[in-house]
Design a protein around this ligand. Structure first.
Ligand SMILES: [Zn+2]
Ligand SMILES: [Zn+2]
Length: 155
């Protein structure tokens, strides 16, 4: 399992291993994520910071303005600048790992699609995965074990 959750940046300076599956995986279609990635959406695996083991390199945080006004730091490879994960809301114990940086990005798929109000029209969502026009009720959707993990780090 953990072998499947190794990842890194394009230049190879940053390598990491996730210590477990994430708590939940967001596919976010908001305008912020579209601008940051230059793409249609971002794939964020929400996981405790202390479950990200750095095997090499050290991503550096870069502050980015957001529509919500909440602070967002995108942690990038210092050499190639690829985005590895982000910290939304200055919560040091929680990271949003970019699923596309995994060696096997098929290892994690979205548990929810959010902010579909700005989803690009040619992106067709699978009917079996919950989707919301804006944010959603985590307590209604997350497995109990994941909610417990979140409580343990955020209180
Ligand atoms: Zn977003
Ligand atoms: Zn790099």
């Amino acid at each position: 399992m953990t072998d499947m959750l190794d990842g890194g940046c394009p230049c190879g300076a940053v390598r990491y291993r996730l210590g477990s599956a994430p708590m939940f995986v967001h596919c976010c279609h908001c305008r912020d994520c579209q601008r940051q990635t230059g793409s249609a959406f971002v794939l964020n695996a929400l996981i405790e910071t202390d479950r990200i083991r750095l095997l090499s390199g050290a991503p550096v945080p870069v502050g980015v303005p957001t529509d919500s006004g909440r602070p967002l730091d995108i942690h990038r490879c210092p050499a190639c600048q690829a985005a590895m994960w982000s910290d939304y809301g200055r919560r040091p114990a929680l990271r949003f790992v970019r699923v596309g940086t995994l060696d096997d990005p098929t290892a994690l798929s979205p548990d929810v699609h959010i902010y579909t109000r700005s989803k690009l029209p040619w992106v067709v969502l699978p009917p079996a995965v919950p989707a919301f026009a804006a944010y959603y009720d985590m307590k209604a959707l997350w497995p109990a074990a994941s909610l417990e993990r979140r409580r343990a780090i955020l209180g």
